[in-house]
Design a protein around this ligand. Structure first.
Ligand SMILES: Nc1nc2c(ncn2[C@@H]2O[C@H](COP(=O)(O)OP(=O)(O)OP(=O)(O)O)[C@@H](O)[C@H]2O)c(=O)[nH]1
Ligand SMILES: [Mg+2]
Length: 470
């Protein structure tokens, strides 16, 4: 059985694993202050200017940020199937090179893992190979860092062969430099948890085995991608513009995708429910057809190796004509999530595509929050919707239509008049299917039409077009 299958099988069959969560914040490398905080400071400054009294923002800036990140970390742990036994927090100036956390904190973690009988300790930070090794020596259970945690969630949710292969490849590449001297951790590559502890002699064999496996998986991926490319070329015979839904994990992309297409793609409160591209055709009010593409969610500090290995999953993003940036308007991390998404889009060379910002989950907002949304706008047009109640969806569809067919669009909407012999059934059918028929009359065996639709479609039947009346 392939590793991705094995992992999923295991995750489905076993109980929730008891986990101790360790959240760390290094004040020396504090992430740039998110917009919420900047705004709180700005409005305090304005108040101060107006009243002459300095006003402190009510919530300490860094804490708000840290709290939200902590909540996200819990959600990630739950998505991976962990039962949270305890959450421990460490704040220090900078990471300890040997243990990430300080020696004293490490001892506290050991005591906590022992007293709760935890099966694993999850770190909300990446661990270097040596930090991981040292922590594993210290702790009575498995140690998982942020990248591994995300990979594990990816492994559970990959549905297609390509998705599964991508996850397996990323896992193998992550493991390779971390093999040396590891006992407990080796089991992650094999069968049951903690079943095998290879001695140093087995290490080389294991390394070789992994390298062989990596080559094999790469070969398989190449093959799967070749087939996908062929399918795409076939599709591109008829150019249908792609509209890609992008956004932070859990923003509601799949729910919106479903609401827009009623396609029944899996939607779930678990993070990263979508790992494979989903594509459905959607007919717009102008009768123009677009392909709507659901994509995998982005997340803060997405490991760079993952961005590359999931590039294929995001191919639809690269070739999309328009991006719908779906945002969870109810999230306290609204602005930071936007920054992260835009960063990944930049890495995908999609940073300059036209964007419609979709503020989703409006049903969870009160009046004041709704009115405040424009503060969080980005560069694109902003639409407020609820994928759950359907609010705003019509407006969104109209906007997509305008953007694809509007002025300056690659394939604008235009109006043309035709005179088509009735025996040209195929041409008549194509125009009627792809455009709005504004007028239609019969004269003998001729059909006179006035149609409004995509220039690309109408242009294909230019030979039947009447000269525009001048
Ligand atoms: N209240 C409310 N909940 C919503 C709305 N849209 C989505 N949700 C919920 O948000 C959660 C995440 O939705 P998904 O559609 O799976 O999110 P996603 O962006 O596809 O997530 P990933 O695929 O993991 O990146 C689910 O529990 C949805 O039911 C909305 O408009 N209102
Ligand atoms: Mg999804």
């Amino acid at each position: 059985m392939r590793q991705a299958d094995e992992l999923r099988e295991r995750s489905l069959s076993t109980h929730a694993e008891r986990a101790v969560l360790v959240a760390v914040e290094f004040t020396g490398e504090r992430r740039q202050v998110p917009y919420v905080a900047a705004r709180a400071r700005a409005s305090a400054a304005i108040d101060a200017a107006a009243t002459g009294v300095p006003v402190e923002p009510a919530v300490p800036v860094a804490d708000l940020d840290f709290e939200a990140a902590l909540e996200e970390f819990r959600e990630l742990a739950r998505s991976a199937g962990a039962e949270i036994a305890s959450v421990m927090i460490q704040r220090r100036q900078k990471p300890d090179p040997a243990l990430l956390v300080g020696q004293g904190k490490a001892e506290e973690i050991v005591a906590m893992a022992e007293s709760t009988g935890a099966e694993l300790v999850l770190f909300d930070h990446d661990l270097s190979p040596s930090q991981l090794r040292n922590l594993e020596k210290l702790l009575p259970c498995r140690v998982i860092d942020r990248t591994q945690l995300i990979l594990d969630i990816f492994a559970r949710h990959a549905r297609t062969r390509e998705g599964q292969l991508q996850v397996e490849l990323a896992q193998l590449e992550y493991q390779l430099p971390r093999l040396a001297g590891r006992g407990k951790a080796m089991s992650q590559l094999g069968g049951g948890i903690g079943t095998r502890g290879p001695g140093e002699t087995k290490l080389e064999t294991d390394r070789r085995r992994i390298r062989v496996r990596i080559d094999h998986v790469k070969g398989q991926l190449e093959q799967v991608r070749r087939i996908r490319r062929q399918q795409r070329q076939r599709r591109e015979g008829v150019p249908v513009p792609v509209v890609a839904l992008v956004g932070y994990t859990n923003a509601g992309k799949s729910t919106l995708f479903n609401a827009l297409t009623e396609a029944g793609v899996l939607e779930s409160s678990r993070m990263f429910a979508t790992l494979d591209p989903k594509l459905r055709q959607l007919a717009l009010p102008s009768r123009r057809k677009v392909l709507l593409s659901d994509t995998v969610g982005f997340i803060r500090n997405l490991p760079h190796t993952l961005v590359t290995s999931f590039r294929a999953t995001l191919e639809e993003v690269e070739r999309a004509e328009i991006l719908l940036h779906v945002r969870d308007a109810s999230s306290p991390m609204l602005d930071e999530q936007k920054t992260q998404v835009e960063k990944v889009l930049g890495e995908l060379d999609a940073g300059r595509k036209p964007v419609i910002e979709v503020m989703n989950k409006a049903d969870l907002l009160d009046e004041a929050q709704r009115n405040d949304l424009w503060h969080h706008a980005g560069k694109g047009d902003l639409v407020t919707v609820s994928a759950k109640t359907g609010e705003g969806l019509e407006r969104l569809i109209t906007l997509i239509d305008e953007r694809i067919g509007g002025e300056g669009a690659a394939d604008p909407t235009e109006t043309a008049e035709f005179r088509i012999p009735q025996k040209q059934g195929a041409a008549l059918a194509a125009i009627e299917a792809g455009a709005f028929i504004e007028k239609k009359r019969f004269e003998g065996n001729l059909v006179y039409l006035r149609a409004r639709g995509p220039a690309s479609l109408l242009g294909r039947y230019r030979r039947f077009q009447l000269e525009p009346a001048s």
